[in-house]
Design a protein around this ligand. Structure first.
Ligand SMILES: Nc1ncnc2c1ncn2[C@@H]1O[C@H](COP(=O)(O)OP(=O)(O)O)[C@@H](O)[C@H]1O
Ligand SMILES: [Mg+2]
Length: 238
């Protein structure tokens, strides 16, 4: 059953057409991958789903209702969280303060927030250890974990991650992807944006490949992995 439907979406920055007529769906419980080279329009799509950019044309439907006219905080309240590109944490705030910012939409539920915090610390023991330290003192991988934990504090039904592997060593990326898989197994639907295909395709049910704002390929994770044309997208021949 479809949880998220992006239909004939176009997004522009002034005269720059960043996304052109993109249609994609994410089913309940799926891990869907959005792949493509730098500048393909991946971030623009997830930012538009989050209400941070406005569509020039097309629609975004979540759980059967249009959300493309809602404000970002309303979209978070509906159950969509974005771990933005470049893990936008507050470097001077502590780990716990950053974590709690993710719970903004549940701010009246302090007991629930305390419970969610315990869950986050159980999932990421290193964050519990460093809960009183400024976020700036964390390693790159730990900051990505904090950004992910922060997004989970909003109790999303759809979690979107924009290039969580960026700048991280393969072993650290494997750890992040293992947690993404675990979050999915617990019932959260995932839309994962990545530039590097190999590792991400291994955890994805399905994927879409984007090039210069358009979907140029789509298929199951296994089919995309087996398709030699995937490499051509990155070398500019598709
Ligand atoms: N704030 C912006 N202003 C103008 N152009 C932008 C802006 N953000 C992105 N773009 C352009 O939109 C296109 C898609 O960018 P983006 O969605 O960031 O791609 P990706 O995430 O796949 O690298 C690129 O041509 C990029 O230069
Ligand atoms: Mg991007």
């Amino acid at each position: 059953m479809t949880l998220l439907a992006v239909t004939n979406l176009s997004v522009a920055y002034g005269a720059v057409r960043a996304v052109e007529d993109v249609t994609l769906t994410v089913g309940r419980g799926e891990i869907v991958l959005l792949l493509g080279p730098n500048g393909a329009g991946k971030s623009t799509i997830v930012r538009t789903i989050s209400g941070l950019n406005r569509p020039a044309a097309g629609s975004v439907t979540f759980d059967g209702a249009r959300i493309d006219r809602l404000a970002p905080h309303q979209i978070v309240a509906r159950g969509i969280a974005l771990v933005a590109e470049g893990k936008r944490l507050f470097p001077e705030l502590t780990v716990e303060e950053n974590l709690d910012l993710g719970a903004f939409v549940h701010r009246r539920d302090s007991a629930g927030i305390a419970q969610d915090r315990d869950l986050a610390y159980a999932r990421f023991p290193i964050l519990a250890e460093k809960r009183r330290d400024p976020a700036a003192t964390l390693s790159g991988g730990q900051q990505q974990m904090l950004a992910l934990a922060q997004a989970l504090m909003s109790r999303p039904r759809l979690l979107m991650l924009d290039e969580p592997s960026l700048g991280l060593a393969p072993l650290i990326v494997a750890g992040i992807f293992a947690i993404v898989r675990q979050v999915a197994a617990e019932g959260c639907t995932i839309l994962l944006v990545e530039q590097m295909a190999a590792q991400a395709l291994r955890i994805a049910d399905r994927g879409y490949v984007l090039s210069t704002g358009r979907v140029v390929m789509e298929g199951t994770g296994a089919a995309l992995r087996a398709d030699s044309a995937l490499g051509d997208v990155y070398f500019g021949s598709v």
